[in-house]
Write a protein that binds this ligand. Structure first.
Ligand SMILES: [Zn+2]
Ligand SMILES: [Zn+2]
Length: 220
């Protein structure tokens, strides 16, 4: 009965739609998170390279200082050039880091949007479920009310109990079987005078041969 109720059907469809929405929002969240962690590990690698480069630059400048002190100008110039190359590479790594950070921030917006979508679908599902349970209660009450209208009564003829509904305009005295039997006792036959049908009951002691009209004419 509940399966055919349009309200129940609508709410079940709504819940199914919410489930699909939650699933799709979650897939988006997973996708963005995995992208995010890829960027985060990229940033970590860049940080390691930056630390290395800084160390190498310090070493080169230390070498420049030592070579200069030893008046070894040739080696000092070489170390200075290598230090400058490392500095260029350091600048490039800083740029890479900036763009990786920007990408994780860019995804922050779509991450929040997916999160909002998921939360609102969960909220809608919760409301639909509450409405569904309220509808189930209502249907149960209606069913109980309908059942309360069915009462039992003893058949006047056979004495068996039979069910009747308090909404019926006329409450029968006979059970359905006895009602049918009583109905079958009413028959028809043609009038001997005019041939018109006469209704009679097989229980009658005297079953007439003439209709009321013919009977009246014959009495005259
Ligand atoms: Zn009966
Ligand atoms: Zn007649």
């Amino acid at each position: 009965m509940a399966g055919n109720d349009p309200t129940v059907e609508r709410l079940n469809a709504e819940i199914a739609a919410c489930d699909r929405e939650i699933e799709s929002a979650q897939a988006d969240l997973d996708h963005i998170s995995s992208g995010r962690s890829a960027y985060q590990s990229e940033i970590q690698n860049i940080n390691y390279r930056i630390d290395d480069l800084k160390r190498q630059i310090d070493q080169e400048y230390e070498a420049v200082r030592i070579c200069s002190a030893a008046h070894n100008r040739y080696d000092a110039d070489n170390h200075r050039m290598r230090a400058q190359d490392f500095k260029k590479e350091l600048t490039r790594q800083f740029e890479l880091k900036r763009s990786a950070i920007a990408k994780t921030r860019g995804d922050g917006g779509s991450f929040q949007a997916a999160l909002d979508r998921k939360r609102s679908a969960i909220e809608r599902k919760k409301r639909a479920k509450e409405q569904l349970f309220a509808r189930f209660d209502e249907l149960k009450r209606e069913k109980e009310q309908k059942q309360a209208k069915w009462k039992e009564k003893r058949c006047r003829d056979c004495g068996k109990n039979f069910k009747y509904n308090t909404e019926w305009s006329k409450v029968p005295d006979l059970c359905p079987d006895c009602q049918k039997k009583a109905k079958d006792k009413w028959r028809e036959k043609p009038c001997k005078g005019c041939g018109n049908p006469i209704r009679y009951n097989t229980d009658w002691e005297h079953i007439p041969n003439y209709c009321a009209d013919c009977k009246a004419k014959r009495k005259k």
